[in-house]
Design a protein around this ligand. Structure first.
Ligand code: NAD
Length: 492
C-alpha cells in the first residue's frame, strides 16, 4: 500500500518552492486562487497574467534565444543536468504540491515526479547529439549538408492533470535544443505546472529571459498561439480546445503540436488471463479517477469470458476507497472540479437511461466519484462515444477478432490501445490493425517513457510526438546549407 506523503507544514507558503511562490509575480492580471480539490481550501493566491504580459514575455524570450542557441552544447547540457539535480532535491515538496493541486494519490504523484525527472535527464542528452547529415550532391564540388536549427520561441500550453510531466516534456527538450519557452499551465495548477519550472530553471542557472511562465485561462492561451514572436505552439489538452487552437495557429502558418484527448480501447481476447486483464483494466481506468488521456476508456471483452471479466472488475471497483489522497490512504481522490464531476455523472446517467446497466458505482459524495462499471453499453451510448475523463469502465462484448478491431477503431480518437491475450502472434496481428499512436500487448494503457515518441492519431492529435528523437522533430526546423569553393557561372 502506498504511503501518505509527509505533511511537513499545513502552510503551502513554506518550503523551497513555497517561498519562491510567495514572491512570484507571473503577471499583472487578476489574482488566481489555487484551490485544493479534495478540501476546497485555497492553497495560495497568485497574480494572473494578461495577454499584454504574454506579449512582453514572448518579446523577452525572443531577444534571449539567439545567444542561447549559440551557447556550446556542453553548457546547455550542464544546465539541464543541474536542473535535474535541483528537481530531484526538491521532489518531495513538488510531490506534495502535486497531490494537493491535482488530487493525485501518492502512487500517481510518485510516478509523475519520477517521469518529469527522467524527461530532464533525457533532454540533457539532446544537445550533444548529431544534429544533421552530410548529403551527397548532384553538383560536382558542392558540399551539401542538412542540419536542425532551433525553432525559436516555443509556446507551451499544458493541462492540469499531469502538470509537471506534460510541461517538462516540452520545456526541457525545447530548451536543450536551443529554444526559448513561454509556458502557460492550467490556472488550476499554477504552482506545480508553472512556478516549479520557473524556480528550478532559475536555480539551475538558465540565462534570464529564456523561460517565461505566465498563468491564466483561454485569453492568455490564445495570446500565446497568436503572438508573432512564438514560432511553435505545443498544446496538450482537450480535442475541442485543440481544434480551436489549431485553427488559430494554422491561419498564422505556425508549426502546431497538438496532443489531445483519448477514448482508449482495452481489448480482452477469449484466451486472456482474466485476473491479469481485470487488474490492468481496473487500474488503467480508475487510476487518478480516470482523468488521464491514456486511461482505458472502453473495455472490449470476448463474449465467452465477459461474465467472469465483469465480475473480477466489479470486485476490484467495490474494494477501492475514495477520499482525500493527501491525508488518507485511498486509491481514488477527488474529481478535479464541480463542472467535470457533473460531466462524468451526466455521461453515466444518460448511458443508463439509454439502456446500459449500472453494475457498480454511479454515485458520488461531493467530488468523490465511486469507481463505476457499466455493461450493456451500445456504440451509441455516451459512455462509449465520449472521452469520460472519470472513473468509469463501460464494457461491450465481441465474438471475433475482426469485430474487436472494428469496435476499437470505431472511435474518432486514436491515442492508445491494449490487448490481453495468451497468444502474442494474435495480439500483434490485432496491433497491426489499430489506428492508434501506441499499442500495448498484455499491459495496461498507462505507459510512457521519456525516450519513446508519445502521441496519437485521429482526434488525439495532429501527428506530432514528444520523447527522444521525436522531440527534435517538434522543436527544431531543418535547414539545408551548401558550400562551393568556386562560384559557378550562370547563363546571364
Ligand atoms: P483543456 O483543453 O480545457 O485545457 C488545456 C489547456 O488549454 C489549459 O492550459 C487551458 O487553460 C488552455 N486553454 C483553454 N482554452 C484555451 C483557448 N481557447 N486557447 C488557448 N488555450 C486554452 O483541457 P483539460 O480539460 O484541462 O485537460 C484534459 C484534456 O487533456 C483531456 O481531453 C485529455 O485527454 C487531454 N490530455 C491529452 C494528453 C496527451 O498527451 N494526448 C495528455 C494529458 C491530457
Amino acid at each position: 500500500m502506498a504511503t501518505i506523503a509527509p505533511d511537513p507544514t499545513e502552510s503551502a507558503a513554506q518550503g523551497w518552492l513555497g517561498s519562491f511562490v510567495q514572491t512570484w509575480r507571473p503577471g499583472t492580471g487578476a489574482p488566481i486562487e489555487d484551490r485544493e480539490p479534495a478540501t476546497g481550501k485555497v492553497l495560495i493566491t497568485i497574480p494572473g497574467s494578461t495577454p499584454g504580459d504574454v506579449a512582453r514575455a514572448a518579446a523577452i524570450a525572443a531577444a534571449a534565444q539567439p545567444a542561447w542557441a549559440a551557447t556550446s552544447y556542453q553548457e546547455r547540457a550542464r544546465i539541464l543536468r543541474r536542473a535535474a539535480e535541483i528537481y530531484e532535491a526538491h521532489r518531495d515538496e513538488f510531490g506534495t504540491w502535486t497531490q494537493r493541486e491535482t488530487g493525485a494519490v501518492y502512487g500517481k504523484m510518485h510516478h509523475e515526479s519520477n517521469f518529469a525527472y527522467h524527461e530532464i535527464l533525457n533532454a540533457a542528452t539532446l544537445p550533444s547529439q548529431a544534429y544533421g547529415s552530410l548529403m551527397p550532391s548532384a553538383v560536382k564540388g558542392r558540399l551539401s549538408m542538412v542540419r536542425r536549427v532551433p525553432a525559436g520561441v516555443i509556446g507551451a500550453i499544458t493541462p492540469w492533470n499531469s502538470p509537471s510531466v506534460l510541461g517538462m516534456r516540452v520545456v526541457a527538450p525545447a530548451l536543450a535544443l536551443g529554444n526559448a519557452v513561454v509556458l502557460k499551465p492550467d490556472p488550476q495548477t499554477p504552482v506545480v505546472g508553472g512556478a516549479m519550472f520557473a524556480a528550478v530553471f532559475a536555480e539551475a542557472g538558465l540565462p534570464e529571459g529564456l523561460l517565461q511562465v505566465v498563468v491564466g485561462g483561454a485569453d492568455v492561451g490564445e495570446a500565446i498561439v497568436t503572438d508573432p514572436n512564438i514560432t511553435v505552439v505545443s498544446f496538450t489538452g482537450s480535442t475541442a480546445v485543440g481544434r480551436h487552437v489549431g485553427e488559430l495557429g494554422a491561419r498564422l502558418l505556425k508549426k502546431m503540436s497538438l496532443e489531445l484527448g483519448g477514448n482508449n480501447a482495452f481489448i480482452v481476447l477469449d484466451d486472456a488471463d482474466i485476473d491479469a486483464a481485470a487488474s490492468a483494466g481496473a487500474y488503467t481506468t480508475f487510476q487518478f479517477q480516470g482523468q488521464v488521456c491514456f486511461a482505458a476508456g472502453r473495455h472490449l471483452v470476448h463474449r465467452d469470458i465477459a461474465d467472469a471479466y465483469v465480475a473480477a472488475l466489479t470486485e476490484k471497483a467495490k474494494r477501492l476507497r475514495t477520499g482525500d489522497p493527501y491525508r488518507e490512504e485511498v486509491e481514488l481522490g477527488p474529481i478535479v472540479n464541480e463542472k467535470q464531476l457533473g460531466r462524468v455523472d451526466d455521461i453515466v446517467q444518460r448511458s443508463i437511461a439509454g439502456g446500459a446497466t449500472l453494475v457498480e458505482g454511479g454515485t458520488h459524495e461531493g467530488l468523490f466519484y465511486r469507481p463505476t462499471v457499466l455493461t450493456g453499453v451500445t456504440t451509441s451510448s455516451p459512455a462509449w462515444t465520449d472521452e469520460i475523463f472519470g472513473p468509469v469502465a463501460p464494457v461491450v462484448t465481441f465474438e471475433t477478432d475482426d469485430e474487436a478491431v472494428a469496435l476499437a477503431n470505431s472511435s474518432a480518437y486514436g491515442l492508445v490501445a491494449s490487448i490481453y491475450t495468451r497468444s502474442v502472434g494474435r495480439g500483434l496481428a490485432i496491433a497491426d490493425r489499430m489506428r492508434t499512436g501506441m499499442v500495448h500487448i498484455n499491459d495496461g494503457t498507462l505507459n510512457d517513457e521519456a525516450i519513446v515518441p508519445f502521441g496519437g492519431m485521429g482526434d488525439s492529435g495532429n501527428g506530432s510526438r514528444y520523447g527522444g528523437e521525436a522531440s527534435l522533430d517538434t522543436f527544431t526546423e531543418w535547414q539545408w546549407v551548401t558550400v562551393r569553393d568556386e562560384p559557378p557561372t550562370f547563363p546571364y
